[in-house]
Design a protein around this ligand. Structure first.
Ligand code: 5GP
Ligand code: MG
Ligand code: MG
Length: 174
């Protein structure tokens, strides 16, 4: 286990308090990047004391493996227009940064007023794209982590904590 349920709850509270200040008097469009960010998003917004709208996007980057495929494809787009909105992207983890680089470009292209990133986990060692999140829960080492929304082959998203996946689990599938 890397981060317990209690540690995650504290972090959501701190991030929520900061976001409430930073978005005071605004009405951000809070975007959950499916599926990994759903648990974080739902805990985070409950700590944000501001008007907001929520929307969801699904983009593919990892498929079923532990390594990125490189390509980023939109599987589900926003329902609400991002034009002129203060957009807050909520992510589970930033690894190479490819997914977010692509999303930020897209939102700027659609003329969002501001685009900020809040990620539960940041794995800066593997960064390929210049992406620096505005809000970070925890910096994680270069390990494959699961739980609290993060999966391995669709499993473990429901764990209430974040843990490092035992290498023997993915080794046996390679
Ligand atoms: P990036 O495009 O930054 O390389 O990867 C972003 C996406 O890859 C994340 O949103 C997440 O879905 C997946 N990912 C990256 N690192 C991990 C990890 O350690 N564990 C899990 N479960 N997914 C990861
Ligand atoms: Mg994600
Ligand atoms: Mg995944």
């Amino acid at each position: 286990m890397l981060y317990s349920q209690t540690q995650i709850a504290e972090t959501c509270q701190q991030l929520g308090a900061q976001l409430s200040k930073d978005y005071h008097g605004k009405k951000p469009l809070v975007i959950c990047v499916l599926k990994g960010a759903i648990l974080f998003m739902s805990d985070l917004v409950r700590q944000m004391d501001t008007d907001m709208e929520m929307d969801f996007m699904d983009v593919s980057s990892y498929g079923n493996a532990t390594e990125s495929s490189g390509a980023v494809k939109i599987l589900k787009d926003l329902d609400i227009s991002a034009t002129d909105r203060d957009v807050l992207i909520v992510e589970d983890i930033i690894d190479t940064g490819r997914t977010l680089a692509c999303l930020v470009d897209l939102l700027n292209h659609r003329h969002a007023k501001t685009v900020k990133i809040c990620t539960l986990l940041d794995k800066p060692e593997r960064r390929e794209k210049k992406i620096s999140p505005d809000y970070v829960g925890f910096k994680v080492p270069n390990e494959f982590v699961v739980g609290y929304g993060l999966d391995y082959q669709g499993l473990y998203r429901n764990l209430p904590y974040v843990g490092i996946l035992k290498p023997e689990i993915y080794m046996q599938n390679q």
